[in-house]
Write a protein that binds this ligand. Sequence first.
Ligand SMILES: *Cc1c(COP(=O)(O)O)cnc(C)c1O
Length: 369
Amino acid sequence: MSNLKIPPLDLTPEIEKHWGEYMKAIEGVLKSAQFIMGPNVKAFEEEIARYLGVKHALGVNSGTDALVIALRAAGIKEKDEVITTPFTFFATAEAISQVGATPVFVDIDERTFNIHPELIEQAITECTRAILPVHLYGQAADMSSIMNLAQKYNLKVIEDTAQAFGGEYKGRKLGTIGDVGCYSFFPSKTLGAFGDGGLITTDDDNVAEIARMLRVHGAKKKYYNETVGYNSRLDEIQAAILRVKLTYIDEAIEGRREAAQRYRELLKDIPGIITPFEDPDGKHVYHQYTIRVLDGRRDELKEHLTEQGIGTMIYYPVPVHQLPVYRENSPMLPVAERVAAEVLSLPIWPGIGEETQREVVGEIGKLIK
Ligand SMILES: *Cc1c(COP(=O)(O)O)cnc(C)c1O
């Protein structure tokens, strides 16, 4: 990446901006000599629960673990079916498989890149127990339709909010609308740690109790293990860093949204490019700024930009239902399959700056006229 003039993501401006505060936070943990389940994890869980407006928030080791533990805490088990989107990171489906259940993939809405609410109902069977929507790139899935179906068929809803921390749907924070919310603090995410981390949120006392037990080897009381669980805790250093980052998260999200508006403006006269749809019901946090490149020119454009020193990403080149683990039992999902060949995520981070964005769009305009 070092030969890139403009990387797809640059974390350094945010790190440098609050360098002193991060150092102080890390130093505090070292001085306390408490590294696991100490005061920072406890305080962070309270602070983030308040920010999100949810009763329980539990730090875990990663977003993937958050999904696995949330599914188990919600009662999902062997032979159950969980309806989800094929257009996501592998971990979404992997977590469903990890608990012994089967992911049932439903095609997406090409405007939002999220699970198509009108296609969910026909995928519901006797075995369906949950819907697992993903708020891809930071944009809300259609939660009203999903919650209505869940109520009608008595299904749990587990939100994969890994890419959408701070995003909203009809004024409510994403991850707090369904039964359980799952978040990732992987460094590149909207709220990123300096290592791995994740979070589970819920208003349900029972789900919270089970999740709390599962993250520490299935024990409510140490050494009195009741079930087979996991070693999945957020550590003190990450929690201390995340406490600092949480105080600036709204600013960071605003920075991303401003950058997105500039891209929209700059890209509007380039033909054959579709800029992200902005659902009036949602607040998009632009974890990714993902355009669609039509006429089969996506790969050509990516190559052209790389040659000019501009880094872009393809999330995701292969929809999950076409990956080796799942492809045998999956139907064709034409929209996800087509869109996977069209998407291109442009460089974005809080404070990317207009000059950088002009350069990116200028190069796009040189190829696509
Ligand atoms: C990042 C991500 C995850 C997994 O999070 P990790 O913290 O990397 O385990 C799950 N789902 C989606 C949609 C993601 O983007």
